[in-house]
Ligand binder design. Structure first.
Ligand SMILES: Nc1ncnc2c1ncn2[C@@H]1O[C@H](COP(=O)(O)OP(=O)(O)O)[C@@H](O)[C@H]1O
Ligand SMILES: O=C(O)[C@@H](O)C(=O)COP(=O)(O)O
Length: 425
């Protein structure tokens, strides 16, 4: 297997979002969970997205895991590696975007790294270095209340400068609109002046195509699925990939019971849960009880077993920002988040044990905990449920045939759960 593109994603939903974008733009792509074992049988692909769960861990550990993934991807032939971060730049002043970017740049020997979380299809645009989520700047968007990494500054040059060892420059939209060569010469100027990374504006897909073309001159880039789109289209345009070969790898039905687990507290997910109440039985966990013991999970499983034979079910820990804040005050942010993620993983394991073969998970960290517990080594990418969310078919899993959807908290329309089930027969 010789790769044209290697990708390291800092969470599992982000990885499937990227794998989806690469597939839709002509690259045969597989998503692996961590660095694949040597005996994992992977199809012949153009791109591998190695999923890490490194967004919210200590920066040093994120750097170590990302470096190991980079080494594996390079050893399989990847000449360019994209570090996939969240389109809402989820991070704190300690990292992990800056420290991982710095380490990958050093290992690759690049002078300067292009950085953009823009993903216009989902409303993420960058102008003058400021990230917009739909119509509002990042710091006014629901991300200001994220349970793990509240985002209070929309200026990414400033945000990244607080995390990185290098100076952070800006390539503004006017330069991007002037074309690849103008971007290249601006980058040369920044690099000569000691800038090791530059946030680059993008508002439309055509901006990302220009950025992708320039990024391919380098060995590393940092961005979300929009940059994936630019890189994929650049690779196809240059003839390095035959887009006709990229058919969907994961179509046949699996049957079996269906369940949804929601651990995201994003506004989008809260709305999707409210809509799902009209379509399937929904159990709201008591988050306080989840944090203090195992009984709430047992109660949920007893409830699930009563309903599973009759159709899909949804179990949610999600609650409003005020309730999240109260719980975190009582138990601490990390402890509360971790306990709920582990409860979701317990539930996923028990649900699969009870015959669930179609599983939808809402929330990035939540999905990471679930997929780790199920021990799934990788995924093939199937139909697109919503922008950034494909159907995934597990490969090499002990449970046999199984399809999943791993939804970023913020993604999907109000009927997401019903929409997903329709595409997961
Ligand atoms: N009711 C709740 N109170 C506090 N934290 C919660 C609650 N429900 C879930 N969480 C935690 O909030 C975090 C949500 O993050 P994540 O799953 O990545 O969702 P998103 O995709 O929206 O970022 C997880 O750590 C999860 O365990
Ligand atoms: O880029 C994005 O927005 C997503 O791919 C992503 O990474 C979302 O993260 P979570 O909301 O934590 O799932």
């Amino acid at each position: 297997m010789t790769l044209v593109l290697g990708c390291i994603a800092d969470d599992y939903t982000g990885a499937s979002d990227l794998a989806n974008t690469l597939t839709r733009n002509g690259l045969r792509t597989v998503q692996t969970i961590g660095i694949p074992a040597d005996d994992l049988k992977l199809p012949d692909v153009d791109a591998v997205v190695v999923s890490l769960k490194s967004r919210s861990i200590a920066a040093g550990a994120a750097v170590e895991k990302s470096r190991a993934a980079d080494k594996w991807l390079r050893s399989r032939g990847a000449s360019h590696v994209l570090f996939k971060i969240c389109s809402t730049f989820d991070s704190t002043d300690k990292g992990n975007i800056g420290p991982v970017m710095d380490a990958l740049r050093t290992d690759a020997g690049d002078n300067i790294v292009l950085v953009t979380p823009a993903f216009p299809e989902t409303g993420r645009t960058v102008y003058q270095g400021n990230l917009f989520v739909g119509t509002v700047p990042l710091n006014e968007s629901p991300l200001k209340d994220h349970p793990l990494n509240p985002m209070h500054d929309s200026n990414l040059v400033r945000v990244l400068a607080r995390q990185s060892e290098t100076n952070i420059g800006l390539v503004d939209l006017g330069i991007v609109a002037s074309g690849a060569d103008v971007v290249r010469s601006h980058l040369d100027g920044l690099s000569e002046n000691g800038f090791g990374a530059a946030v680059i504006d993008a508002v439309f897909a055509k901006d990302l195509e220009t950025i992708g073309t320039v990024a391919l001159d380098h060995r590393v880039s940092v961005g979300a699925s929009g940059l994936g789109l630019g890189l994929a289209r650049g690779l196809v345009a240059s003839g390095r990939v035959n887009a006709d070969a990229a058919t969907s790898l994961a179509e046949k039905p699996v049957g079996g019971a269906a369940a949804c687990l929601a651990g995201s507290c994003s506004q989008a997910t809260l709305q999707q849960i409210a809509k799902a109440e009209h379509a399937m039985p929904v159990l709201h966990l008591d988050p306080e009880k989840v944090v203090v013991g195992k009984e709430e999970v047992q109660r949920a499983m007893a409830w699930a077993k009563e309903h599973l034979g009759k159709g899909p079910i949804l179990i949610a820990s999600s609650s409003t920002t005020d309730q999240v804040t109260q719980l975190q005050k009582r138990h601490g942010r990390d402890a509360a988040g971790h306990a709920i993620e582990q409860a979701m993983a317990d539930l996923a394991e028990a649900l699969v044990g009870a015959g669930v073969r179609r599983l939808i998970v809402a929330g990035g960290e939540t999905s990471g905990a679930v997929v780790d517990r199920l021990g799934i080594p990788g995924f093939l990418v199937g139909a697109e449920i919503a922008a950034g969310v494909p159907v995934l078919r597990a490969v090499g899993a002990g449970q046999g045939d199984m399809v999943l959807a791993l939804k970023s908290g913020n993604f999907g329309g109000p009927d997401f759960f019903a929409d997903a089930l329709k595409l997961m027969p």
